[in-house]
Design a protein around this ligand. Sequence first.
Ligand code: NDP
Length: 500
Amino acid sequence: MAPQEPDRHTFYAGKPQPSADSKETFQTTDPSTGKPVCTIHTSSPSAIDSAIRSAQSAFPSWSATPPIDRARILLRAVALLRARNDDLARLETIDTGKPFSETSTVDIVTGTDVLEYFAGLVAAGGLNGETLRLRDTVHAYTTKEPLGVCAAIGAWNYPIQIALWKSAPALAAGNTLVYKPSEFTPLHAEHLASIYREAGLPDGVFNVVYGAGDVGARLTSHPAIAKVSFTGQVATGKKVAASAAGGMKYVTMELGGKSPLIILPDAPLDSAADVALLANFFSSGQVCTNGTRVFVPRPLQRDFERALLDRIRHVRPGDLFDPATNFGPLSSALHRDKVLRYIRTGTELDRARLLCGGPEPVDGLPDSVRDGYWVRPTIFTDCTDDMAVAREEVFGPVMSVLYYDAVDEAVRRANATDLGLAAGVVGRDLDQCHRVIAQLQAGITWVNTWGESPAEMAVGGWKLSGVGVENGRRGLEAWVRNKSTLIDMSGSVPTVFTKL
Ligand code: NDP
């Protein structure tokens, strides 16, 4: 079958640049059918260098553009993104395998909100510094300066949202950007670049390179790159941070997690089960902040499991464009195989009790999507802390339920991991909820809900889950450097080198 999307080429100086590409290509596939969708031309080393040069030549003028004028351009892009929400959502569905019911209400919406937030923030003085009055004749001021040409490298689970969460504060602060989407989900990038251009973004401010890890690695080690903002796995993040450190570049690292969800003894069971399902099966479990270790008081075991089984019937795989479908295939055959290996490990080696799901094919799929990369929503229960499924990030629809006897014990076990991205509690007594949250070692926490991440709220991981934050006021600080200036108006230089 012929690809459904036009070829993608390195995008710089305001347009796709077929002539600059190497001969290497790769195909993307629709995860619901396994069929090819698009041919991507891998950016050659010289094409990557040209994209960086394009960003370098655009920097002096873009960084000197007043923030309110930059904001006007970005707000025009906001309007275009909202007007084209459904077209972009269709593309994200074909690229990622997420149902249209999800991509049309979450992916572009939450990315665009962040663009609107940072445009508004810089227009309203968010890049202003401080004035410090030190003495009558001496004061100091600070200014926030953009960093220069920055690199953004994305994961495959929220492609356009990640591209917007990185480009919004970067561009609003006056930087120029070279963006590499994941090789598995690159389709959005050219549309975003074209929308920015249509909104009035000068050529060279937003550029796109395509390819696998070697393309990302060329960006992170390039001397002209001032900062690397990375979203991906911990193991890759370590390589990216090490490479960036060699050039003393700024970094933001948004990495993986194995986040705990603690159901407190007084929790309403229906809400607890709703939160657990949301925290595990949204986006078919391919969410970095998923609450995959669900700690439940032992006396609630039977009722909690029944509540989970009642609800699992409402996880509906199917045609991704059917409004009733709320569960899609995994993003690639490679990733499906990895998740299935974890499920087999859970049953065969860990010997966790399989409450539902498992490695068998998903039943009842329409013929049109039967060849997709499906995995059943799977719940392991009676898990122990040392099991692979309860310890390692699976990044698929696999929940591990662990029982506990005392809340302190649950907190201790929840924190016994090198990761610290997210955590949450469900309970009626809000005092106790806050006491538990205060003890949990994670950068993003929720009480009686899961997953909402509004533009105003800074988010980032603790421990091996990351460095720095995205979004919120603090998210802008990640894209600027500080300059402090002290002015002495006394008329005499306070030197010690005077005649005795
Ligand atoms: P990967 O780490 O495999 O890849 C992330 C990006 O890095 C891809 O574009 C990849 O290229 C690129 N890359 C690979 N090697 C290098 C290298 N040496 N130098 C520079 N770039 C490189 O992550 P996944 O795509 O598998 O994404 C899933 C992971 O992302 C999960 O661990 C998830 O938790 C995490 N994540 C974290 C989020 C957060 O906000 N904390 C949000 C979303 C996801 P390519 O894959 O194209 O070869």
